[in-house]
Design a protein around this ligand. Structure first.
Ligand code: PGA
Length: 247
């Protein structure tokens, strides 16, 4: 399976700097095609500029969130239909920062995912345990509940991607061992199969402190189908350093 490397820019970048980043990435990917499927997920107001910067390259653009409703009186929110209409291919949903900062529950994430599927977007649904949950031996319980509760009905391996992001590994420079990542990815695939019939061919990404220096060993793990990258997606050098390390 071709790996998917998705850059989650979070709330970073201004107009000019994001243009430099998107153009620089597009040049790299055009010059070295076929390493991986590459997506960037800029802040909403930068999506249009990012789309034009990467046009003519195989890089796709995604959102970082959407509302569960198609349209309406929801100040500050963005609909999945608008993301799709602008030219986005995907949307990240249920990121741990949104679950923590905005109190997003798995039920809400599922409704958003349903809206995104209806709009024709690929959904990248994030799951992962906190450090306390991990220390308490609850990682699989928590992740299992997130999978059961967050995945949309009617998804397929072409339209649903799961990102395993241990909360304690995000932005910290710490990562689980390779064996731990492998084991959790096996667990996630089995659970997605049981709960939603989605195991075979499902892309499961790892996210949390992926860098050029650890990308090749993480991406070589069987069952790791790509990476969701935060901090290291903010420079061409680092993001390309991950893409070119795809086995
Ligand atoms: P990080 O973030 O790569 O900066 O750890 C990953 C993410 O939150 O998607």
């Amino acid at each position: 399976m071709t790996k998917l490397i998705a850059g989650n820019w979070k709330m970073n970048g201004l107009v000019a700097s994001s243009q430099v980043l998107a153009h620089g990435l597009a040049d790299k990917v055009k010059a070295n095609p076929g390493r991986a499927d590459v997506a960037i997920c800029p802040p909403g107001p930068l999506i249009r500029d990012a789309l034009s910067a990467v046009s003519g390259s195989p890089i796709s653009v995604g959102g970082q969130d959407c509302h569960a409703n198609e349209s309406g009186a929801h100040t500050g929110d963005t609909s999945a239909a608008l993301l799709a209409d602008m030219g986005c291919s995907s949307v990240i949903l249920g990121h741990s920062e949104r679950r923590a900062d905005h109190g997003e529950t798995s039920a809400l994430v599922k409704n958003k995912a349903q809206a995104a599927l209806n709009a024709g977007l690929v959904v990248i649904v994030c799951v992962g345990e906190s450090e306390a949950e991990r220390d308490a031996g609850q990682a699989e319980t928590v992740i299992g509940q997130q999978i059961d509760g967050s995945l949309p009905a009617g998804g397929t391996p072409q339209t649903v991607v799961i990102a395993y992001e241990p909360v304690w590994a995000i932005g910290t420079g710490r990562t689980p061992s390779l064996q731990e990542i492998r084991a959790i990815h096996v667990f996630i695939r089995n659970r997605a199969q049981e709960s939603h019939g989605l195991g075979d061919g499902l892309r499961i990404l790892y996210g949390g402190s992926v860098k050029p220096g650890n990308a090749s060993e993480i991406l070589a793990i069987q069952g790791v189908d790509g990476a969701l990258v935060g901090g290291a997606s903010l420079t061409v050098e680092d993001f390309w350093g991950i893409i070119e390390n795809c086995p």
